[in-house]
Write a protein that binds this ligand. Sequence first.
Ligand code: SF4
Ligand code: SF4
Length: 442
Amino acid sequence: MKTFRHGIHPGDYKDLTRHIAIERMPFTDELVIPLSQHLGAPSRLLVKEGDKVYRGQIIGEPAGFVSIGQHAPVTGTVKAIEMRHHPSGKLVESVIISRDPYSPQTFYNEHAMEWESLTPGELISLIQHGGFVGLGGAAFPTHVKLSVPEGKKAKFLIINGVECEPYLTSDHRVMLEQFDDVFYGIRILEKVLGCERFYIGIENNKDDAIALLNKRIPADMNGEVVALQTKYPQGAEKMLIEAVLKREVPSGKLPIDVEVVVQNVGTIAGIGMMFRFGQPLIERVVTITGPGIEKPSNLLIPIGTKLADVLDYCGGLKENTRQVLFGGPMMGAPQVYMDVPIMKGTSGILCLTDEEVTIREEYPCIRCLRCVDACPVYLNPSRLGALAKTRDYEGMLGYHVMDCVECGSCSYVCPSNIPLVQRFRVAKALLREKQAKQRKAS
Ligand code: SF4
Ligand code: SF4
């Protein structure tokens, strides 16, 4: 079975939710829509306090090429525009919407969109204004990846249905329950990219999804489902391309440099839904899971619903819950404030108890090189870790720290409990900041 080289095999812990069908979460009274839910410039505000808004109405427009539209997820009134806690830990300008309790919450302007006659540029603009980002967690604006630079060609489209993070099952359920939207979305993207063939990469711990999508591929479409060996971090773009096509994306290059565009399966389903029904990205499927939550679930949640409301809906946290993360255990971000909103990039909410969250003492590196064997991009985490400890960030550049995909495989295997990936994240952030300052100065 196909896969990439190196990587690790953590337990998948998906049994808690893999068989639970997607359920729509009821609308809550107050929703918080941050104008920055994506990489790039925050959206430009289009509403003011006191405005009445309808479900699906645009409330923020793209403020540049690397920016997207934002929409009201419920019908209601703009209660305030103010700084609110964001899952990143920062305060971010947000639109606070009070739900109209008497509205049936029917979707604003529901209609199928005529797309066959549109140009790729027009389709890309609709996707940008529809507010689409990668739903796998990175929240990179989708239209940017679809805008193929002059002189390059997207020969292949790879649909990322890997979901290699332990515990998470939202993409799995999307593939089982929204496959019509997935294939519709692929048709749109094929038209945008003019690609020759598509591949849907799925790990073999999701046999039912592999079988179902294989059976349902429309006869007029040129693509296939590729079953992959279950291994982490196969969902990272570069690893997925290597696993499916045996093509290697060189250091500092992008998938398009090897003629590939990768899109998350949830993003594609969302795009399919927009062109079928006119609905922009105002809700998403989220897995609420882990030993610390009373009722593990896969919920369809309006973007902007507060974390505390979601946890309440799932029966609340257990007494010994120690940590709540947005995302999975490998790359997820711990949350401090329970009033943060569900974002476009929130694929899961993981609730861990005292048992899973242990603070382990750090020991010196014993040069076992397990981290080297695990690293999927062939770095030397042991050497990088030593440089990070002495804050020799410039030295880390020479060891290609910027190629680190922050997967955490090295930290996972390290017998000395060295927080390698945490140190690499800090180093990369500081180096990026320094490079930005230098660019500005020059
Ligand atoms: S160095 Fe980076 S890419 Fe390599 S295993 Fe560690 S976190 Fe993953
Ligand atoms: S796995 Fe840990 S102890 Fe082993 S070489 Fe890497 S950093 Fe050192």
